[in-house]
Design a protein around this ligand. Structure first.
Ligand SMILES: Cc1ncc(COP(=O)(O)O)c(C=O)c1O
Length: 384
């Protein structure tokens, strides 16, 4: 019997760099600062209410858009954080992680031959979602050294095929934030050209040095053409639960929900019940998240201060970029492999986040780790 073959719909996609580096970390016993997941537990209260929901039999399907208590708690959170009112019943949808929300939002708007602008370095799930919908990503590199957006270049790239722009703030992997001027430039371009916006805000509650997160939910005119996406995994240290949500105007939500119902139908009910209770509890967890991570950023960057790495500013997320050009001539992938095997610290190279390798000698460290892990990793890096 001839073996079945299949023409790949994603011929350029291989194993993700996160899987590759985490795998190498396990194999070599290296400290894993590569994949972006917290080393600490979700809040006790949240774990307890999820367990209780399971034990009380809340184990069947939720309504496809999300449990109504959770939808209304999300709307309350948005009102509190951004002073913006959304109608929970027809503008908020609970999804299985931000990944599902990104995928569904892109399927909702992209048709064959559409172009979608993304900024490199870009999170890896955007491009496959655009390609599966028949579209094509137009990659615009962020400007080094501060990884800012060249809005004039964005305006130049827009043509009759351009359908949408994807932004991510706070930004993975660079730890940068878009500012008010960026949002105003973005709004102008989106509205002038009738584009759609996918705003990936999964690190919305993790910003440092008193800087405010410029959510699209603060810009009502821009919101009219936007899907705003967040992740409870990042907010409540439970990335493995894959819980997220999408906020969009009613007409966009309607299309989004049509697709969502055939992707997952709904996200796990006990997590929805638990997260709704956690949000309702108003425990202070969200308000304290920025200072919690800022302390970790400072532990890592202070411990690396005497190393030969150059530390780049991290204004949000739980990532820190470091430049190793004083240490090695290796390219970033080879350097990360070497660092994992020989020095015992797993990190992530930046080039896989680019369409065209910028050949910069910059790698990403995740500081969502306990103090001991961060200081031990830093002391190994200081030996170089
Ligand atoms: C920028 C960005 N977007 C989306 C996601 C996916 O979030 P989730 O785990 O909720 O699917 C991540 C996770 O690392 C991320 O860093």
């Amino acid at each position: 019997m001839p073996k079945a073959t299949l023409e790949s719909k994603l011929p350029n996609v291989g194993t993700s760099i996160f899987t590759e580096m985490s795998g190498l970390a396990v194999q070599t016993g290296a400290i894993n600062l590569s994949q972006g997941f917290p080393e600490f537990e979700a809040p006790e209260f949240l774990k307890n209410v999820v367990n209780r929901a399971i034990n009380q039999g809340k184990n069947q399907y939720s309504p496809s858009p999300g449990a109504s208590d959770l939808l209304s708690e999300i709307a309350k959170l948005i009102k509190k954080q951004y002073d913006f009112s959304v109608n929970a019943a027809n503008m908020v949808t609970v999804t299985s992680g931000a990944t599902e929300a990104l995928f569904v939002a892109l399927q909702s708007i992209v048709v064959a031959d559409d172009e979608v602008i993304i900024f490199d370095p870009a999170y890896d799930s955007y491009e496959p979602a655009v390609e599966l919908a028949g579209g094509k990503c137009i990659h615009i590199p962020l400007l080094e050294p501060d990884y800012s957006i060249d809005w004039q270049l964005v305006a130049k790239k827009i043509n009759s095929k351009t359908k949408a722009i994807v932004i991510n703030t706070p930004h993975n992997p660079t730890g940068t934030l878009l500012n008010q001027q960026d949002l105003q430039n973005l709004q102008q371009i989106v509205l002038d050209h009738n584009l759609y916006l996918i705003s990936d805000e999964v690190y919305e509650f993790i910003t440092f040095d008193g800087q405010r997160h410029e959510s699209v939910l603060r810009y009502p005119d821009l919101f009219e053409r936007s899907f705003v996406i967040s992740s409870f995994g990042k907010t409540f240290h439970c990335t493995g639960w894959k819980m997220g949500y999408c906020v969009a105007p009613e007409a966009l939500t309607k299309e989004f929900r049509k697709i969502h119902q055939y992707v997952t139908f709904c996200s796990p009910t006990p997590f929805q019940v638990g997260i709704a209770e956690m949000l309702g509890e108003d425990s202070g967890h969200i308000n304290e998240l920025s200072s919690f991570y800022e302390a970790k950023r400072d532990i890592l960057s202070n411990a690396l201060a005497k190393s030969r790495f150059k530390i780049l500013p991290s204004k949000g997320t739980y990532f820190l970029l470091i430049d190793y050009s004083n240490i090695s001539d290796l390219n970033d992938r080879d350097f990360c492999n070497w660092l994992t095997k020989e020095i015992g610290v797993a990190t992530i190279p930046l080039s896989p986040f680019y369409q065209t390798d910028p050949n910069s000698k910059v790698i990403r460290l995740c500081f969502a780790k306990n103090e001991n892990t961060l200081t031990e990793a830093a002391s190994r890096l200081c030996n170089l």
